[in-house]
Design a protein around this ligand. Structure first.
Ligand code: NCD
Length: 301
């Protein structure tokens, strides 16, 4: 494995080893044990779009493994502003670091970067494309919370059109015999380019009511305001799908609610106090999972 541009770049056994290794690394991720696995290695985090969790958890992961980090969180401080192309920038950074995490507003940017780089490129989100490392931490969280990945019934809710996390997650869940319900306003339905790659076992809905009682997992997403070509379209759908403790009354007691975060009102804070809420544990899981991935890519033990 060289680059991680889409979740399809990872074979089933690679995903399984990352999840197993992430579990072993939990004490290191929490700072209770030390690791020198990546001493002398440098990770570049190049973020052309806002990020809190992805960038910081990659940086923590690298440093907990003894490695170093360079990068930028605001491309306005780089030569991007002078008109430098992404291709040129990546070529340069590949000479400064042993791996690159790239987040960029343009779909396909991570693929282009991978073609230009002779060190591994990790896609940290490319526009409305994919977010494969979020998917790895989502899979890890599902397995930790529900004890297994196989044969679950999962609802993906919210902005399924522009939300990149659900594009890679749906492709991954398809490998585990998952029954998937896609719940979104018609204008934000799961794109055909994603559903075309899925086996039977998924269905589309505009409301949660009918499917909620069947779900083992509900994955909620933010309406991706910044990707709407027309702001009026955003206003029309904003706030359409809000989950509260009351909404979850008819759910299975063991239902887990995940969200890649940030949430901007899709999940009311009264859900936080219920046994359903797993999204803050999910956000922490970014650290051990990204540690496992970096170890695999950068040749740690
Ligand atoms: C997501 C993203 O950037 O796609 N955030 C994240 O990485 N946890 C989700 C979002 O921004 O809505």
């Amino acid at each position: 494995m060289d680059h991680v541009v889409t979740i399809q770049d990872l074979a089933d056994d690679e995903i399984a080893s990352i999840l197993d290794r992430a579990r072993e690394l939990l004490p290191v991720a929490r700072g209770e044990e030390r690791s020198d696995a990546l001493v002398g290695k440098i990770l570049a985090t190049c973020f052309f779009e806002p990020s809190t969790r992805t960038r910081l958890s990659f940086e923590t992961a690298m440093q907990r493994l003894g490695g170093n980090v360079i990068g930028f969180a605001d491309s306005r401080t780089t030569s991007h502003l002078k008109g430098e192309t992404l291709a040129d920038a990546v070529r340069m950074v590949a000479g400064y670091a042993d791996a690159i995490v790239l987040r960029h507003p343009q779909e396909g940017s991570a693929r282009l970067a991978a073609e230009m780089s002779d060190v591994p490129v990790i896609n940290g989100g490319d526009g409305a494309g994919q977010h494969p490392t979020q998917t790895l931490l989502d899979l890890f969280t599902i397995r930790e919370e529900l004890g297994k990945l196989e044969g679950l019934t999962v609802g993906l809710l919210g902005d399924l059109r522009y939300g990149r996390t659900v594009h890679s997650l749906a492709a991954a869940l398809a490998r585990y015999d998952t029954t998937m319900h896609f719940i979104a306003p018609e204008s934000l339905a799961m794109p055909r380019r994603v559903t075309a790659g899925l086996p039977d076992g998924w269905s589309a809905h505009t409301t949660l009511n009918g499917v909620l009682p069947e779900l083992d997992l509900l994955y909620v997403t933010r309406i991706q305001k910044e990707r709407f070509p027309d702001p009026e379209d955003y206003v029309r759908v904003a706030g359409a799908y809000t989950i509260s403790a009351e909404t979850l009354r008819d759910a299975k007691p063991g239902l887990r609610v995940l969200h890649p975060l940030p949430r901007v009102g899709e999940i009311a804070t009264d859900v936080d106090e219920t046994d359903h809420a797993a999204y803050f544990r999910q956000a922490f899981n970014g650290v051990p999972v990204r540690m496992a991935l970096l170890e695999m890519l950068l040749g740690g033990d």
